[in-house]
Design a protein around this ligand. Structure first.
Ligand code: ATP
Ligand code: MG
Length: 163
């Protein structure tokens, strides 16, 4: 159904604000335009929650998390950027795998199952979207999600489903 993304993002960030405040992390939301898209509201709420939770969890005291929402005529984009611990190059290919956690001394004390990003990826694929990650150790991590505003099934997909 039609979902107001600006509203969805505001609600998620408001809910996560207390967790950020515990580490004195600045949580900033920037919206470049009003965005309405045909998505699953509950599932996409989980996508944003998981990404922002990670950005807070794998961050340093007094760090920051910047979330941005934008769109063009075809897609909307959500970017979650953090000033956190980053992900070493050799582990970057694995983070979307179920149960995978980068187990290093400085992040070991943070709880978690390693399912968050696997769920994020699955939901984004359900929406015919993409997710890209850029990360640098001790600098931070950026996830960029791109989802069609209004996915129209192609004829061949329709045929595949009918046959
Ligand atoms: P869960 O989300 O199930 O509670 P989790 O956070 O460990 O547990 P994922 O969200 O799937 O699991 O993330 C997998 C791993 O990727 C994390 O354990 C962490 O090592 C790394 N990671 C994820 N997001 C970030 C980030 N923003 N900065 C640094 N490392 C990250
Ligand atoms: Mg997580």
């Amino acid at each position: 159904s039609s979902v107001n993304l600006n509203e969805l993002m505001e609600i998620v960030l408001k809910r996560l604000k207390p967790i950020a405040q515990k580490k004195n992390i600045e949580l900033l939301f920037e919206s470049f335009r009003p965005v309405v898209a045909e998505i699953d509201e509950v599932k996409f709420t989980q996508v944003v929650s998981n990404l922002v939770e990670n950005a807070i969890k794998y961050n340093n005291l007094d760090g920051w998390v910047h979330v941005a929402l934008n769109a063009d005529y075809q897609y909307f984009y959500v970017r979650v950027e953090d000033s956190g611990i980053g992900i070493p190059k050799e582990n970057q290919d694995m983070v979307f795998e179920r149960f995978y956690r980068v187990d290093k001394a400085r992040s070991r004390e943070t709880g978690g199952t390693g399912l968050g990003l696997a769920i994020v990826k699955k939901i984004i694929l359900m929406h015919h979207g993409t997710i890209k990650m850029h990360s640098e150790e001790d600098v931070g991590t950026t996830f960029t999600v791109r989802i069609p505003l209004n996915y129209v099934q192609s004829d061949t997909e329709q045929e595949g489903r009918l046959s």
